[in-house]
Design a protein around this ligand. Structure first.
Ligand code: AMP
Ligand code: MG
Length: 408
């Protein structure tokens, strides 16, 4: 059986970023991934400007001045932000200036208002400024033509601030992956319907949709499919024809009604993974379908809702990140935390225990979810933000010891 890291490596190898590129504007760029580096024709700051409310002066005029030896300058202009200065500052002169306003010709330094005393069109400088102090120079933070943001960067609020400032209002992003999702099982009903004896509400469909949209991809929900080979085949055909990635839950164990693998093979899927030494989530099927000009990646995930989410967090997430064009770091993030509970595992499979990490007194601490922690219970999944990992070969981690926690 494959180890978790072997399975992860195989999966990441099977995925290539989507090729098709789209153009978006600032208004609809949030959570998209840049497909090409962006540069700007503008310097930033756009022009020399003041970092303070105060006075634009010539540094040379104020050398050595202080409270005992103040210097008086004549104010020849007032420059609010947004106004182009009209005059040149000569020796003995200053301009009243405000934060962000353009530096006038002749001035090279700002004296902050707090170090001055105003009297009509005169200002007394009570402390010598540093040379070029409080001036933001044109191009000091960014020079036109240089790379502003590289490809593979996810666009969020800070990136939008940068792009807007640099007047980059349109740019190329990767197409959002389309992810087909369906649940399999004769026992499943959609939420909101009356439960008949023996039925179970299909939670996976909804959990996986949220998981997919949180990663910036487009979920394509295909509903519940009965454990009937012909129905499954029809849905899988439809899914692989349309989607970049398919997530089906259920039907991948060894039971009588577990048909997924057989159908994938029948439809020409190349199966790379059948099971992984992981708990929960051992029966994981990963296959590819070569479609015209693209590869569709298929994940057959176990139906158990806890297993389904753990599989998504551990294996689907890196694949989806790489597929979406995100640069570099697709693997999950891990931290070492002090466990607040005794953790146990069989020792034969890498075991993921759900719960929460917090930072307490500057260090990570992990607490198991409260209540029943058998994989049939998902009611304590809510508020999970981490999975503690007990490695293969270990059967216990005692409370107080360090444990590796995967952030989710
Ligand atoms: P399976 O992997 O199909 O053998 O399902 C394993 C367990 O998970 C069974 O108890 C199923 O009833 C349950 N299950 C399967 N699919 C879902 C689903 N979509 N939502 C909630 N529970 C499910
Ligand atoms: Mg089933």
């Amino acid at each position: 059986m494959l180890s978790v890291s072997e399975a992860e490596a195989i999966i990441l190898d099977l995925v290539q970023p989507l090729e098709k590129i789209e153009t978006v504007t600032l208004e609809n760029a949030s959570r998209r991934i840049l497909a090409h580096p962006v540069s700007s024709p503008l310097d930033f700051p756009y022009w020399d400007n003041s970092a303070m409310d105060g006075y634009a002066v010539r540094y040379e005029d104020l050398r050595g001045c202080d409270r005992a030896n103040p210097k008086i300058l004549r104010i020849i202009e007032e420059i609010p932000a947004g106004i182009q200065p009209q005059k040149t500052i000569a020796s003995g002169e200053a301009a009243r200036i405000f934060t962000g306003a353009v530096m006038p010709q002749g001035a090279d330094t700002i004296v902050m208002q707090e170090n001055t005393q105003r009297d009509g069109d005169r200002v007394t400088i009570l402390q010598a400024p540093g040379d070029r102090e409080f001036v933001r120079h044109k191009g000091a933070f960014y020079q036109s033509g240089n790379a502003l943001l590289g490809s593979g960067i996810a666009i969020g609020a800070p990136e939008i601030a940068v792009l807007a400032t640099a007047q980059c209002t349109q740019f190329s992003v990767y197409r959002r992956p389309r992810v087909a999702i369906f649940s399999t099982g004769n026992e499943l009903i959609a939420p909101g319907n009356a439960l008949q004896p023996g039925q179970i509400v299909d939670s996976n469909q909804y959990a996986l949709r949220a998981f997919v949209s949180d990663l910036g991809a487009i979920p394509v929900p295909l509903g519940i499919v009965r454990d009937r080979p012909e129905d499954l085949e029809a849905t899988i055909k439809k899914a692989i024809a349309d989607a970049d990635l398919v997530l089906s839950t259920g039907g991948v164990s060894v039971g009588e009604y577990d048909y997924i693998e057989e159908i994938l093979a029948k439809l020409g899927g190349k199966i790379y993974i059948r099971s992984v030494a992981v708990k929960p989530g051992k029966p994981l099927t990963v296959a590819t379908f070569e479609q015209e000009k693209r590869t569709c990646l298929y994940f057959g995930i176990p139906g158990n809702p806890v297993s389904a989410l753990v599989s998504c967090w551990r294996f689907v997430q890196p694949a989806l990140k790489k597929l979406s064009g995100l640069g570099g770091d697709w693997q999950p993030k891990f931290v070492m935390a002090r466990s607040r509970h005794d953790l146990s595992a069989s020792g034969t499979r890498e075991t993921y225990l759900w719960g929460r990490w917090d930072i307490i007194n500057g260090g990570y601490e992990f607490s198991l979810a409260e209540g029943d922690r058998s994989s049939g219970n998902l009611m304590n999944l809510a508020q999970t933000n981490g999975l503690a990992i007990v490695p293969v070969g270990e059967t216990a981690i005692a409370a107080g010891e360090k444990v590796c926690v995967m952030l989710v």
